[in-house]
Structures are given as C-alpha cells and as structure tokens.
Design a protein around this ligand. Sequence first.
Ligand code: URA
Length: 239
Amino acid sequence: MADRIDKILSNQGIASRSEVRKLVKQKRVTVNGTLIRRPEEKADPEKDEIAVDGKTINYKKHLYIMMNKPAGVLSASRDNRAETVIDLLPPELRRDGLFPAGRLDKDTTGFIFLTDDGELAHSILSPKRHVYKLYEAKCDRELTEQDVLHFAKGITVGEQSFLPAKMKIIAPDTALVEICEGKFHQVRLMFRSAGTEVISLKRLRIGGVYLDKNLAEGGYREMTENEIKAIKSIKEELY
Ligand code: URA
C-alpha cells in the first residue's frame, strides 16, 4: 500500500521525520531511481525500490524481536516511572506500534517477544489459543515427586484454577515447568500452592521457539525466518 515517504522511512528506523525532510531537501532519496522532491510524495514500499544515498532500504513490514528481559524491567510499551523492554531497544528498532506480546513479571527474566504485527500478537495472546511456554523456576526448598504430581493434577486455589502442567526437577531446588495459559503470576502461584516460593523465574521458550542462549540479559535480536515461521504456525491447541 502506498504511503508517504517520510512516514515509510521514519517507520523503518532510517531517520526521524524531520531528518527525512532534510534528506529529501538534500536530494538524497529516490524511488525507483527517480529523485523525491517532497517528503509527502508516496511510494509502495512492498513494490517500489526506495533508496537513500543510492542504497536501497531493506523494507520490513513488521519487526519480530526476541529479547532476554532482565529483572527490574517492565514488559510494557511505556511507563512514566519504570524502565520498559521498549526502552532497552535502540531508536532504529523502536517502531510505532511495537509492543511485548505477552507479559512477564517485573522480576521474571527471559524470553519476551516484541512485534508490531498486531494480528500475530493478538492470536498468540488469545486465551483460546493454548500456547505452551517453558519456564525455569528456582524455589526456596527442595522439590519432590509430590510437587510433580501436584502440578500434573491441575491446581485450584480459591476461585482460581490452573490446568495440569508438566514439571521436571533439574536440580534439588530447580524445575522446568511448562504451562499453556498466561494467568497473572501463574507459575509463582502454582508453586505457592505447593508450599514453596519461587526465588527466580526465567522463561526459556514460547511455542516452539527457544530463547537464544547467546543473548545476555537485556540482549535482543531480530528473529530468524525460521523462528518467525515457528511463531506464526502455533496452532490452536485446545486442552
Ligand atoms: N508466571 C509467573 O508467575 N510470572 C511470570 O512472569 C510468568 C509466568
């Protein structure tokens, strides 16, 4: 779809709107080899070749970013007081409409998926779609087979209930837990119902996509074609 050149270039993180205006004035922007004279001229970024200083831009309709969220950072787009996952990105990746598709508690670390593809984010977040997520939880006591059974049976705490979940003990006080819902504080509440507090929690996988082990906390990268395909092909799995 055709759009204004200044909007396309700023949205692609090439330059701010005012910088794009300067680039146009300086005769540095072309569309299909023809010089652009006004920033409001239009082009179709999916069909036209847009270039700055003779270099064709690598147009991306949407961004798909994997981040290893550090503790203490909010998984929100904007917050007046606290740092958010969006604040950790460089300006060229902070596109309009980019937001975290799914939430982690402030103290939880690990895989956060950021995108401006609203349709995809919406489908992943839909409660009807049981997207499996894998967490590593370190607890304040030794875990036992009783705990594994407790998780496997499904859990009801007061008014709230959680579907059966797989739990695997990987160290005396640490387990991998796979859940397919995204209820508030879910993993922490499930452990609390078993009489233990979670000391640290990290998300390792969303659907079939693992957090890149090379990403340090606070690190991010654009996802590969295969990872994007895997996220897009998450099927509706009704329990
Ligand atoms: N479960 C929790 O308790 N917290 C998270 O951040 C994610 C899942």
